[in-house]
Design a protein around this ligand. Structure first.
Ligand code: MG
Length: 246
């Protein structure tokens, strides 16, 4: 019998398929402006990933708005392709990207059956996410996840950003559950795995094609399918190897 009472999930690229949406947005831009295809697809994705990694922390700090961040990312895409977009082009690019992103919104396969099955056992489900409150609540609602999540801890409201243990502690407090009875499932090595560990929570690394260190001490899931395997990893801590402690 598992001692787990609270299962925490990251949102972007754990329950919500952000990757498919933003790649679809990029592809739509390349269809609209064929000059952007000057660079191979992988390079365009790299440019976008790099500027996101650079700008997202500023959005989390509240020093840059989401729309300014999006516009700056789009500008860098054009500039990398040797183009100098005027404000009208950038506005149109924002619309093309946002419409495609929104049209592709979906949950990560297997996540809804998993949440239902964990809840059916009386487990509490939480989301711990680094972002602003409005878009994250909207995503949960539109994806049909809102009714499957008991509590939502968003960095903007919690005043702490993963991997800061304070955001995980806020989630534990909201559930009145001890860290030893919680699990954190997320795709980011730094934010989710290391963050949870710092808060004393057992992490499950949701490694959906993401890069990261070869750490054999962390439990890993590559998919929420099959359901039985996902449940088993989430509900059961790893067996300690003989001769090892801690
Ligand atoms: Mg994530």
């Amino acid at each position: 019998m598992s001692s787990v009472q609270l299962v925490l999930f990251d949102l972007d690229d754990t329950l919500f398929d952000h990757r498919i949406c933003y790649r679809g947005g990029l592809a739509a831009l390349r269809r609209r402006w064929p000059e952007l295809r000057r660079h191979p697809w992988k390079e365009a994705v790299d440019v976008y990933d790099r500027s996101l990694a650079l700008l997202h922390p500023l959005v989390l700090q509240g020093t840059l708005s989401s729309s300014d961040s999006r516009r700056a990312r789009l500008r860098s895409l054009f500039q990398e392709a040797g183009l100098d977009p005027d404000p009208g082009t950038l506005r149109e690019a924002e619309t093309v990207y946002a419409e495609r992103y929104r049209a592709l919104r979906r949950v990560v396969p297997g996540s809804i059956p998993l949440l239902r099955s964990l809840r059916a056992e009386g487990l509490r489900i939480g989301v711990v996410t680094n972002h602003q409150a409005v878009p994250q609540r909207e995503k949960l609602r539109e994806l049909g996840l809102a009714g499957l999540v008991d509590q939502l801890t968003i960095s903007e409201e919690a005043g702490a950003v993963k991997p800061d243990p304070a955001i995980f502690e806020a989630a534990l407090e909201a559930a009145s559950v001890d860290a030893s009875k919680a699990v954190m499932v997320g795709d980011s090595w730094e934010s989710d795995v290391l963050g949870a560990r710092r808060a004393g929570i057992r992490p499950v690394w949701f490694r959906r094609g993401t890069e990261g260190p070869a750490d054999r001490t962390v439990q890993t899931l590559r998919s929420f399918r099959p359901l039985a395997r996902a449940r088993s990893v989430i509900l059961n801590p790893p067996r300690r190897r003989p001769g090892r402690t801690g």
